[in-house]
Design a protein around this ligand. Sequence first.
Ligand code: ADP
Ligand code: 5GP
Length: 208
Amino acid sequence: MKQATTGLLLVVSGPAGVGKGTINAELMKRHPEVRMSVSATTRAPRPGEVEGVHYFFKTPEEFRRMIDEDAFLEYMHVFGMNYYGTPRAYVTEQLALGNHVILEIDVNGARKVKQSFPEAIRIFIAPPSLAELRARLEGRGTETPEQIERRTQEAYAELKDMPNCDYVIVNDDLETAVRELEAIVAAERCSVPHNTEVINNFLGGIES
Ligand code: ADP
Ligand code: 5GP
């Protein structure tokens, strides 16, 4: 009997600068069956960001058209200025192919996904401390001091969502954090809720 063939939907959240992108990139390097959903956004590309790799960059008009077409699994105004959204088609396609899909979205988006997709697994990446979080944001060098200030304030609100998640990983040592994420994926693949088809096949065989 084969293990479940549909993939896992992994919703990874945590404050900006905590290391979500770094951890997810490492997981994908090690596991080719792990895919990253590419979000759409109306914010301007940062230096080095590539269309279709980091985001699909949209005008507000294009984004609103996608909302009207119900093309998003979830979307929202994250910082009151820009839209961010998860295109639905890629996620459902990849899960059906048996690939695991990572959504790297804010906590409000994560909550919405869990409501419409209860089998999604919510993983919160926490910093070892708030001081270290700020140091990483500064070290990344992609935000202005004002943006760093705002994102640090946002971090407090995001951290409050930790109890609503299924797992928490503290990203202190990077290798440990990646191994913990690998362990979560391995365990969830074998979980009873993810293997109902396998279980029902066995039970059906016994009953008939
Ligand atoms: P996020 O995707 O959560 O915004 P990034 O992955 O861009 O965060 O990481 C922010 C910065 O912190 C990057 O410069 C990255 O290299 C660094 N970083 C990530 N994980 C660690 C870690 N465990 N220890 C030290 N620095 C880290
Ligand atoms: P950034 O501008 O740094 O790339 O992302 C800002 C915030 O938007 C981050 O918290 C990120 O997780 C979130 N985000 C990115 N894509 C999406 C998305 O598709 N949906 C939601 N809800 N949030 C997203």
